[in-house]
Design a protein around this ligand. Structure first.
Ligand code: F6P
Length: 367
């Protein structure tokens, strides 16, 4: 076996946690962290349910290679996760009474004799990680989200799996749409970025793709559907990102956000379907793919990316490059400063090549 990277930081025991919404590939990262750390004689402690794993000593467990055998292809996370808010925003009930959540985590980090953390999460979790880093916790971040909206990395793991599922769903809707000559609207996730809608829409051969970055006008979408009818394609597939908005309109919410919980997007597909039916007179159905996009096994692309992220995160820990995040800069996995990542969202550039390709082949983007 090749010799492991030099342990320049002197780290002996690291914690690993998964935070925010789950994404296919989380277990693949955990497995890679445990295996590569173990090859460098570094012990790994798995923290349960994101930073909640640092509230009580019994919310964590040592992970050895045997504990991560067979989890590469399994969705979800063996450590559990939560996307309930920011430890810096509210106190927490502990076995020693009500305490400042973030202070408690810092104390417990030392009580558990951890030397560093690997934090696997999306923008929210990475922002929390950065706050802990500024308060003296050595850590490295790993970008995770099906939304693919984290800056400084061309891909997050989970995205390819979500796109794969959404593409298959669109394939299935094509046959029923054609059989009934209907308009099928498919609402996909992605929060305020249109990556999933754009990629699944192009991969699935959608006729219309509505993304948050390009406000839409449904009259133009209806024109496109009529044009298709005129040349004999009497069905249409309309992919709607959950964060898409009409020109001058607002994002559709299922629930408002609070200090602890982010706002929940959803419902734009239903609105688009109802309006298109009225505008075109064509029977229209709406399908919301929802959390199906987050479940199931990661694709091979996501397994490789997640494994590379996990192994590289351990290398950064061993090199003492804390306050960084692993990132995919094809063909390499590199470390970038967390400071450059937090508080920003990676949106689809409106002149992005895939957007131009979609337009070139006649897909309507609603504008
Ligand atoms: O960020 C991932 C994501 O799946 C978004 O695409 C979606 O808006 C949100 O999480 C859903 O969150 P929850 O699981 O809390 O409903």
């Amino acid at each position: 076996m090749p010799s492991p990277p030099a342990n320049r930081s002197g780290v002996k025991r690291i914690g690993v946690l998964t935070g925010g919404g789950d994404a296919p590939g989380l277990n693949a990262v955990i497995r890679a962290v445990v295996k590569s750390a173990s090859n460098s004689n570094v012990q790994v402690v798995g923290l349960e349910d994101s930073f909640d794993g640092l509230i009580e000593p019994d919310r964590s467990r040592i992970l050895k290679p045997r504990d991560v055998t067979g989890i590469l292809r399994i969705g979800g996370t063996i450590l559990g996760t939560t996307n309930r808010g920011n430890p810096f925003a509210y106190p927490v009930q502990t076995s020693s009474g009500k305490q400042d959540y973030s202070e408690r985590c810092i104390v417990m980090f030392h009580t558990l004799r951890l030397d560093a953390l690997v934090v696997i999460g999306g923008d929210g979790t990475l922002g929390i990680a950065y706050e802990f880093y500024k308060r003296g916790i050595p850590l490295v971040g790993v970008p995770k989200t099906i939304d693919n909206d984290i800056v400084e990395t061309t891909n997050t793991f989970g995205f390819d799996s979500a796109v794969g599922f959404a593409t298959e769903a669109i394939d299935r809707l094509h046959t029923t749409a054609e059989a009934h000559r209907r308009v099928m609207v498919v609402e996909v996730m992605g929060r305020y970025a249109g990556w999933i809608a754009l990629y699944a829409g192009v991969a699935g051969g959608a006729d219309v793709i509505l993304i948050p970055e390009i406000p839409f006008d449904l009259k133009k979408v209806a024109d496109r559907i009529r044009e298709r009818d005129e040349y004999g394609a009497r069905f249409s597939i309309v992919v709607v990102a959950e964060g898409a908005t009409p020109v001058g309109g607002k994002v559709s919410l299922i629930a408002e956000g609070t200090a602890a919980i982010a706002e929940r997007l959803g419902g734009m597909g239903a609105r688009v379907a109802a309006e298109l039916e009225a505008l075109t007179g064509k029977e229209t159905r709406n399908v919301v793919l929802g959390h199906l996009q987050r479940g199931g096994a990661p694709t091979s692309f996501d397994r490789v990316l997640a494994t590379r992220f996990g192994a590289r995160a351990v290398e950064l820990v061993l090199a003492g490059e804390f306050g960084s995040m692993v990132a995919f800069h094809p063909p390499d996995i590199v470390g970038v400063p967390l400071e450059k990542v937090v508080g920003r969202t990676r949106k689809v550039p409106v002149d992005f090549d895939v957007v131009r390709t979609a337009r070139a082949i006649g897909i309507s983007l609603g504008d």
